[in-house]
Ligand binder design. Structure first.
Ligand code: ATP
Length: 254
């Protein structure tokens, strides 16, 4: 198995709070991989450390066999990232944003312009290409962010909640683009809370809880004959409130 991503003992602590408690993540090359876990499980912190955005307190991460912190430039050339809380250059138009990103990546002007137009068309953003990014909706921002992350044809694409705020038609478009991308041997790793989506799209799943990986492997193995949602609830401990704890006032007639 060729690995697109491997981490060993990845650890991050904020004061007394351990966010990521020694994570050994593995993602085979060519996978459509899902990283799932409850709120606060450490998914964003893990993805930030793997993509070189956040320095771990301990542990190592490799992408395509390259050490993320020893070969930062080589690694960054190979990855595309759609981070959480996407910050974009708001005063550029969508088209300008893509061209600027492509030029920063060292792609020739003609190639960038062609790729930008193709990506705008696929993302259904051609009509909004000259609009400033500040005036884009949440879903449009996700789509232009994804286009920017794909522009340099990365080997591994990291997406933090890529479908949040994206309408169903656009979600299908994004799915098509990402499936085409993995079919050509590239790797997608995305975090999500939507189990149905992960079950439908992913062939590899890593489940995080409390800063640890609690299950990892091919989708069918992690599911183990259950739905992914059932497997997830069993792995992370199920609903924490049974429903009769407090909130008796909620919905009560005055
Ligand atoms: P969600 O699904 O809600 O996005 P997550 O799995 O992405 O959650 P993280 O954002 O990685 O979780 O957070 C993991 C833990 O680390 C949480 O307890 C969070 O409060 C803590 N944490 C994350 N970033 C910081 C920070 N900059 N300072 C202090 N604590 C942090």
């Amino acid at each position: 198995m060729t690995e697109a991503v491997r981490t060993q003992g990845l650890f991050k602590q904020y004061g007394p709070q351990i966010a990521v408690a020694g994570v050994d993540l593995v993602v085979p090359a060519g996978s459509f991989a899902g990283l799932v876990g409850p709120n606060g499980a450490g998914k964003t912190t893990t993805l930030s450390m793997i993509t070189g955005l956040l320095r771990p307190n301990a542990g190592q991460a490799w992408i395509d066999g390259l050490d993320v912190w020893r070969d930062p430039l080589q690694v960054k050339a190979r990855v595309g990232v759609l981070p959480e809380g996407l910050r974009l250059f708001e005063r550029l138009s969508g088209r300008e944003l893509l061209i600027y990103n492509g030029r920063l990546r060292g792609i020739a002007k003609g190639d960038v312009e062609q790729r930008a137009e193709e990506l705008l068309a696929v993302m259904d953003l051609t009509g909004a290409a000259d609009k400033l990014v500040v005036d884009y909706s949440t879903g449009m921002r996700k789509k232009i962010g994804l286009a920017a992350a794909l522009l340099h044809n990365p080997s591994v694409l990291f997406l933090d909640e890529p479908f949040e705020g994206v309408d169903p038609v656009s979600a299908n478009t994004l799915t098509d683009v990402l499936q085409r991308f993995t079919a050509s041997g590239s790797t997608v790793i995305f975090s999500s809370h939507v189990m149905d989506l992960v079950e439908r799209l992913c062939d590899w799943v890593s489940v995080m809880s409390g800063g640890h990986i609690v299950a990892q492997g091919p989708l069918a193995e992690v599911r183990g004959g259950r739905t992914l949602n059932e497997a997830f609830l069993q792995l992370v401990g199920g609903p924490r409130n049974s429903g009769d704890t407090g909130l008796s006032w909620l919905g009560a007639k005055q």
